[in-house]
Write a protein that binds this ligand. Structure first.
Ligand code: ADP
Ligand code: MG
Length: 272
């Protein structure tokens, strides 16, 4: 591409709230055939709230204190449940799984349920379930709701109109994913995806001859953002995601991905 076109494209993008870290990305964007997008924090607002739980006051304090050590959007919602902080030790975050810590000589885990079937009706409402286990034994759960970003359904519709396939990928379970995808008009999704598998998915779409844009916000999205033809991070996301991306959305959500592709198509059609 001419350097001038790259400058023009980058300038147009900046006006739309897109920060271009890698100039080539604004050129590649016009050829994108698939947009792989993370769910939590990307299609949804990433400001989830706990809407239901069955924890005792004591357990709430422990769990909230554990989650203070994580940057995950779910962690923020859970840590807000109690301001009464207790000393937890040896906190370990397991991306795509949850957080483990010690308290009072016991091991706690806050994260993915062992068995989702117990939570059927909450899952069908699109809620995310986080389970609490003490020394491996289930002692409670939290149901969390993260509103869909206002611009997501319209962005999905525009992508389809442009002949681009939107695909949602999430570490969350199948039922929640299906409920959220349906509300967004997304037909294709991959649920229960482990952080390492996000990159595999990028590669498998590329292997089908598609140029892939990956959109994400979490530390678990970093490898996939790097591996994609265009990696796009939500600006409010984790540093690792931002450092791994070609384009950063400084304000808003997935509608900005559509804007980036439109700018790219326009800029590189006019200037040859
Ligand atoms: P997504 O791909 O939707 O952003 P993740 O892969 O980050 O989701 O997480 C997948 C699942 O792991 C979550 O739905 C949740 O059950 C669990 N999980 C991950 N991190 C945490 C955390 N810090 N606290 C509680 N649960 C977590
Ligand atoms: Mg996420």
């Amino acid at each position: 591409a001419t350097p001038m076109a790259l400058v023009t494209g980058t300038g147009l993008a900046a006006k739309k709230g897109l920060l271009i870290r890698n100039a080539e990305a604004i050129q590649t964007s016009k050829d994108v055939g698939v947009v792989l997008t993370d769910k939590t924090g990307t299609l949804t607002e990433g400001s989830p709230k706990v809407v239901n739980h069955d924890l005792s006051a004591e357990l709430t304090r422990i769990v909230a204190s554990i989650e203070r050590n994580s940057n995950h959007p779910l962690a923020k919602a859970i840590s807000e449940l109690s301001q009464d902080v207790v000393e937890v030790e040896s906190v370990e975050e397991i991306p795509g799984e949850g957080v483990r810590a010690l308290y009072g000589g016991e091991e706690y885990f806050v994260g993915k349920p062992l068995d989702y079937s117990k939570y059927e009706s909450l899952l069908e409402e699109g809620k995310t379930i986080v389970e609490v286990r003490r020394n491996g034994e289930v002692v409670g759960f939290l149901a969390i709701e993260d509103p869909i970003r206002e611009d997501s359904p319209e962005a999905v519709r525009r992508l389809k109109e442009m002949g681009i396939e939107p695909v949602m990928i999430t570490g969350d379970n199948e039922k929640t994913a299906r409920a959220v995808a349906r509300r967004l008009g997304i037909e294709k999704f991959h649920a229960g995806v482990k952080p390492s598998e996000k990159l595999d998915l990028v590669r498998s779409y590329q292997a089908h001859g598609k140029k892939v844009a990956m959109v994400g916000d979490g530390m678990n999205d970093a490898a996939a953002l790097k591996g994609a033809d265009v990696g796009i991070a939500i600006g409010s996301g984790t540093d690792l995601a931002i450092d791994s991306a070609d384009i950063i959305i400084t304000k808003g959500g997935i509608s900005k991905v559509v804007d980036a592709i439109e700018i790219s198509r326009k800029t590189f059609k006019i200037i040859k």
